[in-house]
Structure formats: C-alpha cells, structure tokens
Write a protein that binds this ligand. Sequence first.
Ligand code: SIN
Length: 301
Amino acid sequence: MTISASAGSAAARAPARGSIQVAPLTCAIGAELGGVSLADAARDDALFAEIRALLLKHRVLFLRDQEITRADHVAFARRFGDLEDHPVAGSDPDHPGLVRIYKDRNSPPEHYENAYHCDGTWREAPPMGCVLRCIETPEVGGDTIWVNMVEAHRLLPEHVKQRIAGLRAMHSIEATFGAVMPVSKRRALKASYPDAEHPVVRTHPETCEKVLFVDGFTTHFVNFHTPDNVRVGQDFAPGASQLLSYLISQAAIPEVQVRFRWRKNSVAIWDNRCTQHYAVQDYWPAARKMERTGIVGDRPC
Ligand code: SIN
C-alpha cells in the first residue's frame, strides 16, 4: 500500500501567516503544511524558523498552491544557505541555483531519476536539503517517494548495524549520470567531480541521529577488506557487494516511505542528510516540469 498526500487537507485551508497547520502523512516521514506561503517565509525570520524546525522533525514537508515567483523560490531556499547548480541538469539562466528538471516525450529514459538516492552524494559535501516546486505535472503518474533513512538504519538487525559501523563507501557521478555519456565527456565529468568517500552510517549534524547513508550513487565499500577477514581475494568481494545491495535496498521498504502526488505549484522541502527519494518514471511520453534548489551541505561524518 502506498500513502499519498491527499488533495483536500491542510494546504486547502486559507493561508494565515504565522499559524502553520501541520498534517503528518505517515508515522515515519512527511507532513503537509497549510496556511503558509513560502514567499512570506522567505522574508519572515520567525516563519522561516518554524518551517526549519518542522523540517528537522518530519524530514520532508509538502505545501500546495505555492503560486510564488522563481525569485521567491530562490529567496526561500537561500534562507537555509548557499545554493548550488548541477553539472548535468541545467539551471535557469536568470536564477542561478534553480535547477530545471524538465522531462517530455523527447527526454531519453536514462535521464530519469528512478533510483533511490540522496541528492549529490557524489560530492564531498552533498546538499543539506532541497526545495522542489512543480511547474507542470502529467495527468497521471510522476509521483515522488521519500524515505526516512534514520528509520531505515534503526530497523536494521543488530548484527548488521555492528558490521557496518565504521565502514566507508565511494559515491560516483561517473558511474551514474556519466554512464550514458561518450567516454571523453564522462572522463571530463569525473575530473571535475571525482568519486567521493563517505561513511556508510552518517550522523545527522543537527539531530545527532544515525543515518543509513548508501544510495543509488554508491559503488563499493573502501574498507570492507582487512587483513583479519581476507583469506584470499575472492573470499570477500561477493560478501561486500551483497551487503551493499542489501543496504541500498532498505530504501525500498514502504513502512519508511511517503509518496506524494504532485499538482502544479506543489512544493516539497526535504532534509537531504537523512532522506532518500525516488521520482517515479511512469508517465512518458507526457511532460513533467520541476524546479529545484539545492542547498550546500557539509561533509558527512
Ligand atoms: C530529484 O531527484 O531531486 C528530483 C525529484 C523529482 O523530480 O521528483
């Protein structure tokens, strides 16, 4: 069973600045906010602080009917920190930091985002969060799923938690976005964005929670093999890849997910340090247009 944000709930109520209505969408993750405009929150310290606190609690926030300008979108996201562009997806030339995720019948399927991932874990410092606004949505399909990776870690068997504590893994833009590029372009991408090494379990810098931190960009563990556990090389390569696949698959557990049905001017704000997401690619050849700001994050530890 999937859990969808219903159309008529919190966001449908009349906006009343300073009194945010909060409707949790699942027991694990996600809340819909009503009675708030992000254009106001971009200019109002108290309102912004309230949203920031709600983000830490619910990990992803949803808002409907945000008829805001691109400048408002950027100004709101900028309250969290500096914004960054994406080396593959283009940005709006008039609004640096506003990444366009536009798909239509001409978009090659390999440019879709249907893998569970945190944004930008191929960076040394992946984004702390993102603000995604829907410009155009297909009549049916095109939902996005978010996952609570704190809960995914908490639910792991104890012996797995012990095995992965201290493990580190590589994350690669080359092996993902780069895989469909001609060799020279792929190598140039990798030269600009070398693979990044991160802990398999990171600690959320604000809540201090443990987060399972492997995703669709993770290629391999870097310290699985030690002189203690390797008899001959092939002893542990399958063990490492099976463990990594098992960990990556935890994001697909419905009990730690929320699924959101987009409408024009719906917005999602997520904490990229403790969530993953998956944009469901079930609408081709219809068009889907999203605009995303990514907020510069810190180095996971
Ligand atoms: C993303 O992966 O950041 C975009 C998600 C979406 O388009 O729903």
